[in-house]
Write a protein that binds this ligand. Structure first.
Ligand SMILES: Nc1nc2c(ncn2[C@@H]2O[C@H](COP(=O)(O)OP(=O)(O)OP(=O)(O)O)[C@@H](O)[C@H]2O)c(=O)[nH]1
Ligand SMILES: [Mg+2]
Length: 215
């Protein structure tokens, strides 16, 4: 399985220069726990109560040391009517978190939609950057471009609210099964207990982040 570095990839500015921040996009059903997860990842205390995200919110997470990279995190709304607008945040993302609520099966089913969206934008960016042509054939990519902007996006399937054990509806093995089918990793998390949050954000900031998925 080819493995590519997603290290120095951010978004190009008007002059084609790439930012140092690594772009991360957080996707998933309405109320699945995306904003809570991002805020916990930034070290903010958990506030119960729900404030719906409209459009997308931007968060910046600074790097802790030389081996970690700063993150530019787009936390998207899960609303059906704004779904089509989320492509701009998915494009060029080094990493995508596809979040579902472990207490709600419909949010688990919705992950397939978001997974397909990410794959679609990975395919589009490969065509734009000339890694493949419109027929899916590999094309020649100058070596300096290859190392600078890998068109892959590393994806995690993230289960939220793992603390509410009595009400969990999605079994870990079912989530692992889906993640394995997609060749990505599953991580259960809770912003109440902190489970999984530190490990997930440490992986996102790891300077050696590598993509697992391939087209
Ligand atoms: N028990 C528990 N509740 C959580 C957890 N994460 C989020 N919640 C609750 O779930 C609700 C929705 O959380 P949000 O983080 O706002 O969800 P969201 O995915 O950002 O929602 P939208 O922005 O509308 O798409 C809130 O009431 C949170 O307090 C968790 O790990 N455990
Ligand atoms: Mg939100």
């Amino acid at each position: 399985m080819p493995v590519q570095l997603a290290e120095s990839r951010g978004e190009p500015d008007l002059f084609g220069h790439y930012e140092e921040q690594r772009k991360v996009v957080v996707l998933g059903a309405v109320g699945s726990g995306k904003t809570s997860l991002v805020e916990a990842g930034l070290g903010l205390p958990f506030k119960p109560g729900y404030a719906q995200t409209f459009g997308a919110d931007l968060y910046i997470k600074k790097n802790a040391d030389a081996r970690s990279v700063p993150l530019k995190i787009w936390c998207c709304s899960g609303q059906e009517r704004t779904r089509v607008l989320m492509g701009q945040f998915i494009q060029n993302a080094a990493a995508a978190l596809i979040v579902f609520d472990m207490l709600d099966e419909s949010t688990f089913r919705e992950t397939r939609f978001w997974y397909n969206e990410v794959r679609r934008y990975v395919a589009i960016s490969k065509i734009i950057r000339g890694h493949i042509d419109g027929l899916g054939r590999k094309t020649h990519v100058p070596i300096e471009l290859k190392h600078r902007i890998s068109p892959e996006t590393i994806i995690w399937l993230v289960g939220a609210k793992a603390d509410d054990i009595a009400n969990v509806r999605i079994r870990v093995q079912d989530a692992v099964h889906k993640a394995t089918e997609w060749n990505i990793d599953f991580i259960p998390t809770s912003v109440v207990t902190g489970k999984g949050v530190g490990a997930l954000f440490a992986s996102l900031q790891d300077a050696q982040l590598r993509t697992k998925t391939t087209m």
